[in-house]
Unconditional design. Structure first.
Length: 144
């Protein structure tokens, strides 16, 4: 019984870590693309696409860093594990909603920012959450 619990904890931790990395990779890629497009519109086509993509990735990661919080993702995993929820739909949809909570929490905690980001930015967060939820379900959620 104890070994099973320890094994489950390891699988959950591994699934959570890989899901976060996958979701963050999606956010970095899509956010970098969005920022690169905005830079290209602002400065024209003078710079090459590869340089704009690189600047976009770095800029998005630097801007994203203060907004990241693990609380919504941890809540999804805890509720799924305690409730022994095995549905892929729960993990995908709830992770998407949890990811959408991250910009909302950032806006609520930052007094200088009172508006939610653009719909493109929110779509990036939701997509990353959906992907992370699917990865977590594939690794650990199927056997909750």
């Amino acid at each position: 019984m104890l070994l099973r619990m320890i094994g489950r904890f390891i699988i959950v931790a591994l699934g959570f870590t890989l899901a976060l990395l996958f979701g963050f990779a999606i956010m970095a890629y899509l956010g970098g693309q969005l920022l690169a497009q905005e830079l290209a519109q602002q400065y024209g086509n003078e710079a090459t696409g590869q340089i704009l993509d690189f600047i976009g990735y770095i800029g998005f990661l630097v801007e994203l860093y203060p907004a990241i919080t693990l609380l919504p993702a941890i809540l999804v995993v805890v509720i799924g594990e305690i409730g022994r929820i095995r549905s892929w739909m729960y993990y995908v949809l709830s992770s998407g909603v949890a990811s959408l909570m991250v910009p909302a929490l950032y806006v609520a905690s930052n007094e200088s920012q009172r508006e939610l980001p653009s719909s493109s930015f929110l779509l990036i967060f939701a997509t990353a959450g959906f992907g992370a939820g699917l990865v977590y379900w594939l690794i650990a959620g199927r056997k909750a």
